[in-house]
Design a protein around this ligand. Structure first.
Ligand code: ADP
Length: 159
């Protein structure tokens, strides 16, 4: 049984993330969405809020679960018997950074962990959590980019 983890900040979850989750859920027996608990990044939403938004958005996928982790991703993976990392690739600009992380994770894990990249659906190629936060901060409707209940949380946050 192959368990995969999809790590990220998800601040907040977007339709781009949900597309990657849906596609990876049909490729692996189990997909764990891992919310990085990194206070250095000063997220807009707390870890708990980000986890809850992801749980609500993925409740129809029986083989998807949502957790938060801090520390090294590969340590979490070893402890929980997860062997594959899923990442989304939007543009060439994502590539260099992602390649570096994937290769170093492979070496540090003594070649027990692999990274699988899914290319973004063309509909979401432009979309990032930071763009969503930026628009929402000016009161712009972001319901084309995120589920309606997330758009509502953003409206409340910037009121
Ligand atoms: P990070 O803070 O590590 O960049 P994010 O939460 O922004 O994490 O993204 C998590 C993962 O989702 C990354 O692999 C990123 O490339 C991917 N991703 C984000 N937005 C999209 C999108 N619109 N389409 C496809 N993949 C995406």
């Amino acid at each position: 049984m192959t368990r995969a983890i999809y790590p990220g900040s998800f601040d907040p979850v977007t339709y781009g993330h949900l597309d990657i989750i849906k596609r990876s859920a049909s490729m692996f027996e189990e997909v764990v969405v891992g919310v990085l608990n990194n206070s250095a990044k000063h997220p807009l939403f707390s870890t708990e809020e980000r986890v809850n938004m992801l749980k609500e958005s993925t409740k129809d996928f029986p083989n998807v679960s949502v957790i938060c982790f801090d520390g090294l991703l590969i340590d979490y993976m070893k402890e929980h018997d997860i062997s594959v990392i899923v990442r989304g690739l939007r543009a060439v600009t994502d590539f260099e950074y992602e390649l570096q992380i994937a290769q170093s994770n492979r070496i540090v894990s003594k070649e027990t962990i692999d990274t699988v990249f899914l290319t973004t659906s063309i509909d979401y190629a432009y979309l990032s959590s930071s763009i969503v936060r930026e628009y929402a901060s000016y009161g712009t409707d972001v319901s084309d980019f995120v589920p309606e209940f997330v758009a509502k949380k953003l409206r409340n946050r910037f009121q």
